[in-house]
Design a protein around this ligand. Structure first.
Ligand code: CAA
Length: 435
């Protein structure tokens, strides 16, 4: 499989996003961060420029440009404003369950509306007591004739309230271990569905993150994703595999954007009779930042290419690698950028502290970076059979007579003899103080 494939079409969408980012997003980023409101003019710009159809296949009204293109767009938007990057990306997250698990009818009905921007979509997986352990959710959906009735609540629904469609994960078979969860498509305005808490956040303040509540929400059985119960957890995991390179791209955009501000400021700021950019200590920081950004970029494009080429052996681990690596880079680079701005960097009238605040959440949502490393390690361990031949090169220690004694003592519930194989009586005597 090719490592990285960036098509002409993907580059086209990158340029479109760059224009939107510079002309629409950057000028208003500070204002919407302050007021913590959704930027409607940015939503209009997404729609007017066709950006919401980038990842949706042509058969369902989109541009079919793929996940590399999606990542390039997210990167460009996040370079100007992290909140805007996620406000856009979360539509991909919300629509992926339909793409990976929806029936033909569901795809044909919902995806064109999302591609045209007629409807925004959100993803409801996490709950107050089910974050990293997504499978332990409590929200329930009970079959009632030709309907399902959903009861429960969801936490951290990004785009909640703004979105018109929600992919909601709920327990349909509490007794089952692997087929416990199903996904449903719930439309805004369905009786019993409400937004009860809008979170006040450290960063990504222009996009709402809410608690969504389901009180006897009755949806037609036709809204069960894929028409088959019990597939929800699998669909959620596949969705996250598709979406995590996008969170990585958000981190990359933030890192790139903060680095650009840092260089620009370092060239302007004079101290000790020279600008900061000519100082070795600052060049050391800038050099490190640039190398990390470029490494993250390569890994993200590699992961997104794996999704586009349906490289099923690699998607899960590369998505997790790109997400954890790029978002850690985002945190490091944005923090260093604040450092280069010095005291001014800490102040809200300068643009840089927002990058650091926006970056933090990328290490947490869509699976904490600790969960990503668990996923990566599981893949590594699963594949260890491929290099099992090298086991022969690792010396094996064999048990000697001493260890055999120690083992038998342990088995008898006794302590092993001390180093040097001292007689048991001598050891016991030393403990008791007897001479
Ligand atoms: N693709 C397809 N199937 C998968 C899969 C994948 N990537 N990963 C797991 N599965 C399947 C397994 O094959 C298994 O299937 P069977 O039962 O048929 O064998 C089943 O799912 C259970 O798998 P695990 O035993 O591996 O599951 P687990 O309970 O150990 O959990 C986990 C694994 C990776 C920790 C997972 O729970 C996880 O990713 N947690 C993080 C959740 C997360 O990212 N939440 C963020 C939500 S979005 C958000 O942040 C808000 C927002 O709006 C931005």
């Amino acid at each position: 499989m090719a490592a990285i494939v960036i098509t002409e079409e993907a580059r086209h969408w990158q340029q479109v996003a760059h224009k939107v980012a510079e002309e629409v997003v950057r000028p208003i980023a500070k204002h919407y961060d302050e007021v913590q409101e959704y930027p409607e003019e940015v939503r209009r710009a997404y729609i007017e420029n066709g950006l919401l159809g980038v990842w949706i296949p042509k058969a369902y009204g989109g541009h079919g440009a793929g996940i590399v293109a999606l990542c390039l767009v997210i990167e460009e938007l996040s370079r100007a404003c992290g909140a805007t990057g996620v406000a856009y990306a979360v539509n991909a997250l919300g629509s992926f369950p339909i793409l990976v698990g929806g029936s033909e009818e569901q795809k044909a009905h919902y995806l064109p509306q999302i591609a045209k921007g007629e409807k925004m979509i959100a993803f409801c997986l996490s709950e107050k007591f089910a974050g990293s352990d997504a499978g332990s959710m409590r929200c329930q959906a009970r079959k009632d004739g030709e309907h399902y009735v959903i009861n429960g609540e969801k936490k951290w629904t990004t785009n909640g309230g703004v979105a018109s469609i929600y992919t909601v994960f709920a327990v349909t078979d509490p007794a089952s271990k692997s087929r416990r969860i199903s996904a449903f498509i719930v439309e805004k305005g369905t009786p019993g569905f409400s937004i009860k808490k809008v979170e006040d956040k450290m960063g990504i303040r222009a996009v709402p993150v809410v608690e969504s509540h389901f009180d006897d929400v009755r949806v037609p059985a036709a809204n069960l994703l894929g028409g088959r119960p019990g597939m929800g957890f699998k669909h959620a995991m596949q969705t996250l595999d598709f979406a995590r390179p996008g969170v990585a791209a958000q981190g990359l955009g933030l890192a790139q954007g903060a680095m650009e501000y840092a260089v620009t400021y370092a060239l302007r700021r004079q101290q000790f009779g020279q600008n900061l950019a000519s100082m070795g200590v600052i060049q050391d920081m800038l050099g490190n930042m640039a190398a990390k950004v470029e490494a993250a970029r390569s890994l993200i494009y590699r992961a997104a290419t794996a999704v586009d080429l349906n490289d099923t052996d690699s998607i899960n681990r590369l998505a997790a690698m790109s997400k954890s690596f790029a978002t850690d880079v985002a945190m490091e680079v944005t923090t260093d950028a604040v450092q280069i701005f010095g005291g001014y960097g800490y102040m809200k009238d300068y643009p840089i502290e927002k990058y650091m605040r926006d970056a933090k959440i990328t290490q947490i949502y869509e699976g904490t970076n600790q969960i990503q490393r668990l996923v990566i390690a599981r893949n590594l361990i699963k594949d260890a059979g491929r290099f099992a031949n090298i086991d022969a090169y690792i010396p094996r220690e064999s048990y000697n007579a001493y260890h055999a004694v120690a083992e038998s003592e342990l088995a008898a519930g006794d302590e092993p003899s001390g180093a040097g194989g001292a007689p048991r009586g001598a050891q016991a005597g030393a403990r008791s103080g007897a001479g």
